[in-house]
Write a protein that binds this ligand. Sequence first.
Ligand SMILES: [Zn+2]
Ligand SMILES: [Zn+2]
Length: 152
Amino acid sequence: MEKQIKENSDEMPGGSGKTRSCMRCGLIFHYTGSGHLICPNCREADMKDFDRVREYLYDHQKSNIAEISEGTGVSVDIIESFLKGGRMEIPNDSDVFIRCERCNKEIRSGRFCASCAAELTAEMKQALNFDKAQIGVEPERKGKMHYKKREK
Ligand SMILES: [Zn+2]
Ligand SMILES: [Zn+2]
């Protein structure tokens, strides 16, 4: 959570901000804020991998990630990144799915299941509505007389 809030902090290598590390080669590059976390050097290879996986899936719809990796030569990490980035979806009748990062429920693509996403959104909204400056501490004197502590 904290990482998302600190989105516009300094340009730390690998951290948040405008520089990101490439999903494929780890190179720190300037991220424009759109598209996938792929550096310019890897973009072409990434597209080729994606096409290869997509073509493989036409013929082998029920393959799990390990089988796809074997059949295409594309690494499991990269295939998972296609799924988590929402670029690919596991078919409904697959035997193997990826899992929600929060509750471990099986999902077809992305990082969270729908209910966790809804809860996370609600949590984030609350955090936005009440920052510390908006919350006052209740005074302790309620109704009755109160004594002011003598200052020494
Ligand atoms: Zn790269
Ligand atoms: Zn979940």
